[in-house]
Design a protein around this ligand. Structure first.
Ligand SMILES: Cc1ncc(COP(=O)(O)O)c(C=O)c1O
Length: 408
């Protein structure tokens, strides 16, 4: 069994101080900290193997290409995708979703067709669909959440029609921290001939993901939320769909032949990877996913459970606090808590907490429609990673109490 204190030493940022206080980093849903193994890979690729991929015959280009393609194999295995052609590298979740919105949209969406988007989605899983629908004369339909933040699955069959082409759902909302019943949603959608895109930006961190078991058609995630370098991302796509979809961007390396009379495209996955890729960043996904595996240790998971239980109790017992994303069972909640405090502005609380050394998120969290749903202009969010401790959670709750007092 591993101890949290030991693994923390692998993440240099966690030993930093702010305003003379030890940093308590509780903004992990925005971006996670990076372990030494990721920093080392990033540095090694930058210092020793900086050459463009798939092009030259020289030695360092060979190594850089081998690293990049070995990363594709590692991601395939991690997601249990059927083949490496189904793994596309992008710059992040946003880029992955935009790729699908354009290319799936070109291939399969026409005037009068429908896309279902869940009410709790991040803007990056809303706006690309609005843009697609505007371009094609298609319609965005919304699957709402109830007062506790659960998706209204009972309304889904009524929303699906023969014109529904795709449903877009976050595996875990970045605001509510509830695990959505993705498998059930996929089942319902597939029996209506509707494809499903899963935004896994948060889900990849907190769940063991198996895209074949989920049976989703697309799965998008960002490297930086799972300990890798920023500007890295993945799109898993079902091969039979990717093959029918046109390229998203044109440029170098995505072609077969280019003539003035016409161009042919490279096979998967290159067809969707135009231009110079993230040479140093993408290979960091390998040590990052290894770290994610290492963090699924019973000792560390037990500490996360203690944090979750403590936080849920503390927040739910305080009558001044309104928690958004109230779980029915503790299992369906990740250690992410968004809430508002009576008579206190979230921004003021966040600024006071910052002075106490605590990094939290405040505002709309890229989910304005969800803020409207709950009738607030913003929330305060604390999101824990497996390297956070119960002691940090206790310090947070004590500091929140002090901050509230200052504003009363
Ligand atoms: C659920 C969800 N979807 C999408 C995104 C966008 O990710 P990125 O900015 O890395 O593309 C985020 C990031 O906060 C997220 O939490």
């Amino acid at each position: 069994m591993m101890q949290v204190e030991k693994i923390r030493q692998e993440f240099p940022e966690l030993s930093e101080s702010v305003y003379g206080k030890p940093l308590v980093y509780l903004d992990n849903a925005a971006t996670a900290q990076r372990p030494r193994s990721v920093i080392a890979k990033w540095t090694e690729m930058s210092a020793k193997y900086n050459a463009n991929l798939h092009r030259a015959v020289h030695r360092i280009a060979d190594v850089a290409t081998a690293e990049y393609e070995a990363t594709r194999d590692a991601v395939r295995a991690y997601l249990n995708a059927g083949c490496r052609e189904e793994i596309l590298f992008t710059s992040g979740t946003t880029a992955s979703i935009n790729l699908v919105a354009f290319s799936f949209g070109e291939a399969f969406v026409g005037a009068g067709d429908e896309i279902i988007v869940c009410e709790s989605e991040h803007h990056s899983d809303i706006v690309p669909w609005q843009m697609l629908c505007e371009r094609k004369g298609a319609v965005v339909k919304v699957l709402p959440v109830d007062d506790s933040g659960h998706l209204r699955l009972d309304l889904l069959p009524g929303l699906l029609t023969p014109r529904t082409r795709l449903l877009c759902v976050a595996q875990i909302s970045n605001v509510l921290g509830l695990k959505n019943p993705v498998k059930e949603i996929v089942n319902i959608c597939h029996s209506n001939n509707c494809c499903v895109l899963v935004d896994g930006a948060q889900g990849i961190v907190h769940d063991r993901v198996d895209v074949r078991d989920l049976d989703c058609d697309f799965y998008a995630f960002s490297g930086h939320k799972i300990y890798a370098a920023p500007g890295t991302g993945v799109l898993y796509g079902r091969r039979s769909l990717l093959e029918q979809m046109p390229p998203y961007m044109g440029g170098g390396e995505m072609i077969g032949t280019v003539r003035w009379t016409g161009t042919t495209y490279a096979p998967l996955p290159q067809k969707f990877e135009a231009g110079t890729q993230n040479i140093a960043g993408t290979p960091t996904l390998r040590p990052a996913l290894e770290m994610a595996e290492q963090l699924r240790d019973p000792g560390i998971e037990a500490e996360t459970e203690r944090v979750k239980e403590f936080m849920l109790n503390a927040l739910q017992q305080d009558p001044r606090i309104r928690l958004y994303g109230v779980p029915r069972t503790e299992d369906e909640k990740i250690p992410l808590f968004s809430f508002s405090v009576e008579h206190c502005h979230h921004e003021d609380l966040a600024m006071i907490l910052d002075k106490m050394g605590i990094a939290v998120r405040s505002g709309q969290m890229c989910a304005e429609p969800l803020m409207d749903r709950f009738g607030v202009t913003g929330m305060l969010r604390v999101s824990f990673a497996p390297y956070n401790t119960l002691q940090e959670a206790e310090y947070f709750i004590a500091s929140l109490g002090k901050a509230i007092k200052m504003l009363e």
